[in-house]
Ligand binder design. Sequence first.
Ligand SMILES: [Ca+2]
Length: 351
Amino acid sequence: MVAAVNGLNLDRQTGFGGLYPMFGLKRSRELTCLFVAVCVLMSRSLADEQDFVEDFLKREYSLIKPYRGLGFSSSSQWDLMGTAMVTPDHVRLTPDLQSRQGAVWSRIPLFLKDWELKVHFKIQGQGKKNLNGDGLALWLTKDRMQNGPVFGNMNYFVGLGIFVDTYPNADKTHDRTFPYVSVMLGNGTLSYDHDYDGRPTELGGCTAMARNAIYDTFLLIRYTKNRLTVMVDVDGKQEWKECADISGLRLPSGYFFGASSATGDLSDNHDIISMKLYQLTVERSPEEEEEEVTIPSVDNMQQFHVEIQEGMSGVQLFFTFLFSILGLGVLVVVGLIVYGRWKENRRKRFY
Ligand SMILES: [Ca+2]
């Protein structure tokens, strides 16, 4: 190949050189110099770009091809669950078959404050539109590797859930087109309402025609300074479309990334091709730096305040009840002893 190209150049040079000896030699030298300079500049800028990406891509939190040892090797950072299986092209959470549940979970808790997760996924199946289900979910939660009714994960979860819901369960409402992407923040007392496609606890969302798409489909989750932004790219335009933007969202650190999916009577192939986590560099004030969050919450949202208070008074109620029962028990025992002694004394008096 190289020899052939060189040969061609030589032929051209001699050809030009034969007709215009001086011009040809000078011109070809200039062209060669220009070509070399362009090559050097291009390779430099490419290298710079790669360095830039490598600096911020956190490989330990990312799920990228080739998925070497994923799910079974001790050196892998991810665990598989249920029907999830690895192929050279993707991690298939569920196949296009009924009643399957599968998930992939990161083994390392996340301690980065500002980050961006870019998810390349694929939902595809034989079923006609709205005769497929149920979709997939992306997680950043306190617990990992749990089974349950929320797209293959537990209900009453603590942390962030982003759902790509492909089946309209509350089909009478007709207020939105599916697939629908929605955001929920769980604090351990909030329940995902499957029958209403999570509407009661939804913080934001959008329609995203991500099923059986002819283009690659992506989702971007950005979390910086208590602001969560979700964006989608599903129509092959290579640009992000805003889907949800929630301010004042407080998320504790030390949670785990995961992706899960479930099929019921209806099904689809639910695949994760990659999950790339980028660390974001953001300036913070000393107060922002010190801020410690223990329970997920959203500022000025009633459901978080009420639910948490109810949870606490529930615990108090339980202990009040427990101690009352114990106290009553002690009283009954003491009463019985006293009564027994009194009866004994009375009998002794008669004999
Ligand atoms: Ca649904």
